[in-house]
Design a protein around this ligand. Structure first.
Ligand code: DGT
Ligand code: MG
Ligand code: MG
Ligand code: MG
Ligand code: MG
Length: 281
């Protein structure tokens, strides 16, 4: 475009490129979903339809953005992880966050009627906020993922007990809150089991563990790959041949995107899927 006297305004734009060679996590969260859940009569504490809609939207986001390595969702939030070598949008935070937020929201609305066939959406429509955080090491990234899954566990254990006391025990929320004040995990398990014959272990995995979305390649037998990963992390940055990089990209694009409800805190999940955190994009 030709220069105009107005063009100087461009200089007011600030750069927001994220630190290179770090794992980028974009976490989105539903805006005012406490109210939204009430409006659409979400079941308490977990609404299967609502959670599956979140998962479907996250899957669609991953399909559109092959740079995303893995995603983890619980409640009204989803965390999307970009590989540390990712150079999408020159790693500009605002572009990464706004693209994820708008793609996710668009799919959430688009897929709504599949999950809530009898309840049409009406304004105020669902919206999501988003933020990007850089994690310099695989350990930091795994600790981030563990943090979200522990949060899922703690909240779900509390909420499941809380709503059992109300829905099955017939007490009001204030009383239920009092009953649970100062209790440990074992106490909550005991309350559910002795009062309502609920074995928390038998609750649906999606509620207990949240949802992990990733590209599924062949699983690796535990204990056979560690040497490769270690050698890999020493060689930095990895220089791949162009054809090798292209082939990997094609393979990644073809891999099915799966949604599973697994423990991502222990090593096993990552050990068996070394491609997730490998140095190779
Ligand atoms: P925010 O994020 O600051 O705009 O406010 P909220 O209201 O979205 O609060 P947040 O994100 O801390 O908590 C998520 C809310 O969404 C929480 O009140 C429970 C609700 N929610 C999420 N999933 C479900 C569900 O499956 N069933 C029900 N009943 N509520 C849910
Ligand atoms: Mg919030
Ligand atoms: Mg929220
Ligand atoms: Mg939330
Ligand atoms: Mg444009």
């Amino acid at each position: 475009m030709a220069n105009s006297k107005f063009e100087y305004v461009k200089q007011f734009e600030q750069t927001d490129n994220l630190l290179p060679n770090t794992w980028v996590v974009v976490r989105i969260d539903g805006r005012g979903f406490t109210k939204f859940a009430t409006k659409y009569g979400f079941e308490k504490p977990n609404d299967k339809r609502a959670l599956e809609l979140m998962n479907a939207a996250a899957r669609a986001v991953m399909a559109e953005l092959p740079d995303i390595t893995i995603a983890y969702g619980v409640s009204d939030e989803y965390s999307f992880v970009f590989h540390k070598t990712c150079s999408l949008f020159e790693r500009r935070a605002s572009k990464l966050v706004s693209t994820i937020v708008s793609t996710f929201t668009a799919y959430y609305v688009h897929l709504w009627s599949i999950h809530f066939p009898d309840t049409p959406l009406s304004p105020p429509l669902p919206s999501f906020d988003g933020r990007a955080v850089c994690y310099p090491t695989v350990q930091n990234l795994r600790d981030y993922m563990s943090w979200r899954q522990v949060d899922c566990h703690i909240n779900n254990l509390y909420n499941t007990t809380f709503w059992a006391l109300i829905q099955l025990g017939g007490i009001d929320p204030t009383e239920a809150e009092k009953t649970l004040k100062g209790t440990y995990a074992a106490d909550k398990n005991e309350i559910m089991f002795s009062k309502f014959a609920i074995n928390y272990n038998n609750e649906p995995e999606m509620y207990k563990k949240g949802s992990v979305v990733f590209r599924d390649y062949e699983l690796v037998e535990p204990g056979t790959h560690n040497a490769t990963i270690e050698a890999d992390s020493l060689a930095e940055p990895v220089q791949q041949s162009k054809t090798q990089a292209e082939n990997d990209k094609k393979r990644r694009a073809k891999a099915p995107i799966v949604v599973q409800h697994l423990d991502i805190i222990k090593d096993d999940f990552w050990d068996r899927r070394p491609w997730l955190l490998s140095n190779k994009p």
